[in-house]
Design a protein around this ligand. Sequence first.
Ligand SMILES: Nc1nc2c(c(=O)[nH]1)N[C@H]1C(S)=C(S)[C@@H](COP(=O)(O)O)O[C@H]1N2
Ligand SMILES: [Mo]
Length: 566
Amino acid sequence: MRMREPYDRAPTEPGPDGGVPWAASSHPPGLERDERSFITRAGVMWILDQVTSVQDTPTPTRPHPSVTTLRAVNGIVAAGLTIGVGQLVASVFDRAASPLFAVGSAVIDLTPKPVREFAISTFGTGDKTALLVGMGVIVALLAVVAGLLESARRWWGSALFAAFGALGVAAAVTRPAAGAWWFLPTVLGVAAGIAFLRFMAVRLDSPTTDEAGTGPDRRTFLLGASGAGAAAVVTGVAGSALDHFFNDVSRDRSAFSVPRAVNTIDQSAGDDDGATPFITDNGDFYRIDTALQPPQLTSGAWSLRIHGMVDREVRIDMAALRRMPAIEKMVTLTCVSNEVGGDLIGNATWTGYRLRDLLAMAGASDDADMVLSTSSDGFTAGTPLEALTDDRDSLLAVAMNGKPLPIEHGYPARMVVPGLYGYVSATKWVVSLEVTRFDRAKAYWSTRGWSEKGPIKTSSRIDVPRDSATVNAGRVAVGGVAWAQPRGINAVQVKVDDGPWQSARLLAPDNIDTWRLWSWDWDATSGDHTLTVRAIDGEGRQQSAVVSRPDPDGSTGLHTIDVSVS
Ligand SMILES: Nc1nc2c(c(=O)[nH]1)N[C@H]1C(S)=C(S)[C@@H](COP(=O)(O)O)O[C@H]1N2
Ligand SMILES: [Mo]
């Protein structure tokens, strides 16, 4: 049982110039300086007491936090400080250099294939948030260990910080886009963390602090911990504010004018009674990439280097690019990780420049068969040279559905290649095209067990009714999408239970490079039913019914849904 400590002791403890510094600025009129500082200090102590569970009425079940708890808190606050300072320092140069993002990005790059697939199928586009939360939990646990160790065995907690600092530095300097100073955010962050950890451990371990965590140094600790905790938050927030100030490209993007295309495509030609909109809104478009934070690249800072097996190396900036004729084209992007029935697919109108024209400026060697494209954050894709030079009009796109590319979709420039999965072709934030050969270069996912070539497999999906839906007997509208870029879709068929395949109606527009909307009227009878869909591509070939996983070159199998009819 513990009693509240008498606060009237507080004002007699001298602060600098007899008061406390934070009382000096704003003060209620009519109070003497001593009274002000007393009130302020009493206020701070009151708040501290609330957060540390000291009660007026003796409550033996809620004692002071024990010194063990305080040691754990010490570790957590020190870790918070490390991360906050790291974010702040990184923001001045490049936020990707912060220990948090560098380690997170390294984890993404090192994630084994099954784990990545699990993450994408479990968290979808929220996989990055899930990673950050997971990292937060691990950091917190390690921080607690460090806090306890620092007291149990002097310097061991600091050593743990240093060890993880070394990991952070290793992660940062080995990022593909790393600059020479990328070690700095981690080093300064860890230095701040260790300084705090050590300083506070001395207070906590002083003879005046007993096992129950009481004693004068406890106050020092709590003040210090709250201060450092606040500092961690402030540096973190200031870091992201500075980052916005220095690196945010949203203003640059708003000022970017979409080039006028020399061709026009008829946007009104589509039937509008599809189960899914033919054009996917930018905001609804799936996003898949390895970037923990989308790279921030202004249109002025951007340029594209075309090099390798070429007659002459070319570097083209945005101004030069804009002098070329722009075209627009509807293309459905598809992710190789898309499961049967999945939603990692979207269709947009892209405005951009023919990659064929750009490659022609450099003059690709006849010996070359691959273009290794690289993004500003070091992602690479290996695309067959032919897919970029034949008449499918592969694009270096700068606009998506009439708007500058959204930052997470590759602003200011990305590749869009009809007919190939995104991982081998759709490089966002693209800054380099190396003309090379498949037997000389390996792209990001090809070094991680995925197929070198990624032609899109014929597939189809039922969007209405939803799986497990209940519908009324009678006429039920069934509909969805089917795709086989760049072969197009000849037919879509639906079957109920083990019944015969029945032809669905294909909606306009009919494009070989986009998905095709379809609909089918079902005369539903009561009971539980399974609906299955399959597509026949433009070459007359049926979608494969063999069930296979996305890994290594795209899933196959037929999409089915269960519906109960009442
Ligand atoms: N820079 C970069 N570009 C990238 C990727 C990436 O990880 N980094 N992922 C690719 C993959 S796997 C796909 S499916 C498409 C997705 O494009 P979206 O996010 O615009 O839908 O981008 C491709 N381009
Ligand atoms: Mo993908």
